[in-house]
Structure formats: C-alpha cells, structure tokens
Write a protein that binds this ligand. Structure first.
Ligand code: NI
Length: 178
C-alpha cells in the first residue's frame, strides 16, 4: 500500500506524452497499479493517470463504487486501461464541469465528445472495447488526456468558466471528474 504524491499543474511531467506499455506481466506494473489505486482511493478521485504520480506510461484507472465527492455521478465499472485508443462516435460535444487531482480545488467547464468508443488492455492483457456516453465518456477523455500531456484547462474554450470550486459552487460538492 502506497499513497503517492499527486503532481500538480506546473510540473513538466504532466505535459509529456506517456510511453506505451510493452508487456503487462511485469512486477513494476503491478506495483504502479496498486499505488494508483491506493492514491485514487485515498483522495476520492474518480480516476487517476500514471503520469499524475510521476510515471509517464500509458496507464489510467477510473470508476468503481459511489464516490463520496460525486455521489450523483453514474456508476462506472472499476477499470484499468492500458495503451488506450479513443474514437469519438459522433461529432456531438457536451459541456460538463470537471476537476482534477492535479489542480486541487479548481473546476472548469469542459466540452467533451458525448459518445465515445475506447479500446485498450486491462492489467491481465485482456482487451477492452467499450462504447459509452455522457459522464463515462467524459471521465475516459479526461484521464486519457493525461497520457497526451493535456490538462483540462487546455481543453477549455472559455476560461471565464474556470475557478475555485468553493467560489463557483458555494455549499456544493458535486462536479465530475478527477
Ligand atoms: Ni485529472
């Protein structure tokens, strides 16, 4: 069990393209995955990408049980996604509020594809191929952007909808997705 520090916006590693993972049956990968899970759980994240804990490889995790920070969010199955490939299933965009453990306390209104297919591999090397919509699609796009060196403010067309959560939403605690 290891909860690792989450890099914050400004760290150059968050702006790098992550390297593909060549083989899944590696002890370092099992350790990294456990650290990701421990860190996400400790911080109540909706998802976490390996570069956020300092490892620039193409691995993200997301989903799981009800998140106390996002109690209204639809359930997403707990997912380990390696070397993801994302394909929008239509041009339709949807705006939604996002946060990120690398920008603690901040929220921004971000357009994302509403309908998305994502492919990749799980930690056992089994293929993943899902077509999803809405919040699930948003979380996947947010997490996989971390593997491209993209943080959500870089996806925002209008920075007037970017600020501190407690100022934007006094008394509230809901917004997708870290
Ligand atoms: Ni994030």
């Amino acid at each position: 069990m290891a909860v690792r520090p989450v890099l914050r916006m400004g760290h150059p590693l968050l702006l790098q393209r992550a390297q593909p993972i060549a083989t899944v049956h590696e002890p370092w990968l099992a350790t990294l995955l456990q650290d990701l899970r421990d860190t996400m759980q400790a911080l109540d994240g909706a998802g976490l990408a390996a570069p956020q804990i300092g490892e620039s490889v193409q691995l993200v995790i997301f989903g799981g049980g009800v998140n106390p920070r996002y109690p209204e969010a639809p359930l997403i199955p707990p997912t380990v996604l390696i070397n993801p490939v994302l394909t929008p299933l239509s041009d339709e965009l949807e705006e939604g509020w996002e946060g990120c453990l690398s920008l603690p306390g901040m929220r921004g209104l971000v357009p994302r594809y509403r309908h998305l297919r994502y492919q990749g591999w799980d930690e056992h090397g089994a293929p993943i191929d899902r077509s999803v919509s809405g919040f699930h699609a948003r979380v996947v796009q947010h997490e996989c952007d971390h593997l491209l060196g993209i943080l959500y403010p870089m996806r925002m067309p209008d920075l007037t909808h970017f600020g501190y959560q407690d100022t934007l939403f006094p008394g509230e605690s809901s917004a997708p997705s870290d």
